[in-house]
Design a protein. Structure first.
Length: 267
């Protein structure tokens, strides 16, 4: 028996979002956890979360964000707004996330948030760079039409920031002169090579010998370690779980050219 099903929701403005769904548990007060994946590593790679949904009174919905498998690509105009750091880019993401919630409220009989705020409603979770999208929803309430705001506000329980990178928060890299930055490594001159390096670096298991010092000098700056998750995947898993094309097209500008662009857009 499958633990989840695959769907595509059609939102206003012709936007489509692909997601996997654990389905609703047999409960009148379950909470819906909406998960947005990080950069390059798609939502397909975390579908094992669905195994734990019903035992925890959850319905889990895992997105493939824009440009990833099954979801609408960004238009050239939208990407130009991202690179230029225009707030409208984040405003559109806020609207699209709100529309997704609205769809489930109106069409899926989603339980409302309980009086104690411990049951029902939605938990929105961003993993890594996915937090750039989740935070957009909360950055400027005036972006949402009043009717849409009033529809979703009583349902939103909480926001989970799961391992957000500095970029998703619009910050400069702390200690930039002394730490390893995979996005500016001269050994990888092309965008594709940068992301090939990234998939090994970010999935490596590091031993930081003096991390308790709280100083960047206490960390290991190897580009990769012998043990890394990506190396354990077969070719089929790599093709499904990691999307270099989507990441290079729609996210690399925020890492290489656009730390200020995300900072401005989140303001």
């Amino acid at each position: 028996m499958a633990l989840y099903t695959e769907h595509t929701v059609k939102l206003p403005d012709g936007i489509e979002i692909f997601y996997t769904d654990s389905g609703a548990p047999r409960s009148e007060d379950y909470t819906t956890l909406v998960v947005l994946h990080g950069s390059a590593f798609s939502g397909d790679g975390v579908v094992r979360l669905h195994e734990h949904a019903h035992t925890n009174n959850l319905r889990i919905l895992i997105w493939n964000r824009r440009d990833y498998r099954g979801s609408s690509k960004y238009t050239d105009e939208e990407l130009a707004d991202l690179i230029a750091g225009r707030k409208i880019f984040q405003d559109r993401l806020a609207l699209q996330t709100a529309w997704f919630f609205e769809h489930f409220i109106k069409n899926e009989n989603t339980p409302a948030l309980g009086p104690d705020r411990k049951t029902g409603g939605f938990i929105l979770m961003g993993w890594s760079f996915g937090n750039a999208t989740t935070l957009a929803l909360l950055s400027d309430p005036s972006v949402l039409p009043k009717s849409l705001y009033d529809t979703i506000a009583p349902y939103l329980m909480s926001l989970v920031l799961y391992d957000p990178p500095y970029t998703a928060l619009g910050y400069e890299l702390p200690g930039q002169d002394s730490v390893y930055d995979p996005w500016t490594d001269p050994d990888y001159p092309t965008p594709e090579q940068l992301y090939d390096n990234f998939q090994h670096w970010v999935s490596s298991y590091y031993n930081h010998p003096d991390i308790l010092s709280g100083k960047p000098s206490g960390m290991s700056y190897e580009k990769r370690t012998e043990k890394r998750t990506y190396a354990t995947w077969n070719e089929e898993q790599r093709a499904k779980y990691f999307d270099t094309v989507a990441a290079v097209r729609s996210e690399l500008p925020a890492y290489v050219a656009g730390i200020p662009c995300l900072a401005r857009a989140l303001m």
